[in-house]
Design a protein around this ligand. Structure first.
Ligand SMILES: NC(=O)c1ccc[n+]([C@@H]2O[C@H](COP(=O)([O-])OP(=O)(O)OC[C@H]3O[C@@H](n4cnc5c(N)ncnc54)[C@H](OP(=O)(O)O)[C@@H]3O)[C@@H](O)[C@H]2O)c1
Length: 307
């Protein structure tokens, strides 16, 4: 049995990942402001920008691996507060990566497909990055800080969806919530991505740790689609009306942070190194539906004191 620390354990990835780890291993989750209750694993409340992670977590808990999911992951929030975004998304990961290296603890840093400008797509790990928004720039700086200070670290560039604590965090929940309420919504026809279901992503991250990989990896679905197609696939899977989704260009929206258009990534390196095929987005949407049917979405929301 291994001992994991997962930061961002109240977030979309961190919570799903921590729950998955508890099936076979031990996990200490780090959360900050989200009020939680009834979790089947230990939670430590901590502000990673100001508190002492090395002493209070690494020294006290002695984990085998740290999976760093905490970030300011809301693009508009990063535009509004670039200094805090830089501190949280770039400085903190470099610090923790270094602390882990000193103690021989495996460090996994979660990054993003948005480090690319989206002008070509199907990016490999060797392609040159060109982040556009404040969020993407801080995440790219975080990758550099981590690799400079801990060359054995894993950097996982991800894009994922799933059921969250608030019930509103992921794009899949956005489509589901609006479609079930029969609200007309927009779906971008010119934003391409490779969305991976969060439980498939969690499996892959744990396999990567077990295989002791290091360096940058693209950890996304093996297929690609537009955000409009993704919404339609959710509608189809849940038997809801896809005509409520209005196909538009992202240029017609009033989002402040600049978006990259083609964020499709190649997963060839990971699938070669793990000697396995990657799940597809459609596999994930099916699992997202099955988990809903099995009460998993409600179970996740019940961990929030506010719900
Ligand atoms: N969602 C996506 O599709 C997507 C796509 C690409 C990459 N990513 C990356 O994947 C990772 C996880 O994203 P997510 O969507 O799961 O994020 P999320 O749901 O927004 O959760 C963010 C988490 O970070 C924690 N956090 C933020 N500031 C903190 C601080 N100062 N100290 C301690 N904890 C802090 C939050 O804690 P509290 O809520 O308790 O304050 C929360 O648990 C991030 O690195 C993100 O950049 C996400």
């Amino acid at each position: 049995m291994s001992r994991f620390v997962v930061t961002g354990a109240s977030g979309l990835l961190g919570l799903n990942l921590s729950l998955q780890i508890t099936a076979n291993d031990e996990v200490l989750g780090i959360a900050n402001t989200s009020p939680l209750e009834g979790l089947p694993f230990e939670i430590q409340v901590m502000d990673l920008v100001n508190d002492n992670f090395e002493k209070d977590v690494l020294e006290a808990y002695k984990p085998d691996a740290v999976i760093h999911c905490a970030a300011i992951a809301n693009l508009e929030e990063c535009e509004k507060n670039p200094e805090l975004a830089y501190h949280t998304n770039a400085i903190v990961p470099g610090e923790i990566a270094y602390q882990c290296r000193k103690r021989d603890v495996k460090f996994v840093h979660i990054s993003t497909d948005a480090v690319f400008d989206g002008k070509s797509g199907n990016y490999s790990e060797h392609d040159i990055t060109n982040p556009l928004s404040v969020y993407a720039k801080t995440k790219r700086a975080g990758e550099e800080n981590v690799l400079n200070r801990n060359p054995d670290a894993i950097i996982a560039r991800v894009n994922f969806f799933g059921w969250s604590l608030s019930g509103t965090r992921s794009l899949a929940e956005f489509f589901y919530n609006n479609l079930i309420s029969k609200n007309p919504i927009n779906g971008f026809i010119d934003v391409h991505f490779c969305p991976l279901y969060v439980s498939h992503l969690s499996d892959l991250l744990l396999e990567m740790v077990r295989a002791d990989l290091s360096g940058i990896y693209h950890v996304v679905s093996s297929d690609q689609m537009t955000k409009y197609e993704f919404g339609c696939a959710i509608a189809k899977q849940f038997g809801l009306d896809h005509k409520l989704i209005h196909p538009i260009s992202v240029t017609e929206s009033n989002l402040q942070a600049e978006r990259s258009l083609n964020l499709t990534l190649s997963t060839k390196k990971l699938s070669t190194d793990l000697n396995r095929s990657m799940p597809t987005a459609l596999d994930g949407i099916k699992q997202f539906f099955d988990d809903y049917q099995n009460g998993y979405a409600q179970k996740i929301r019940n961990y929030s004191i506010e719900n």
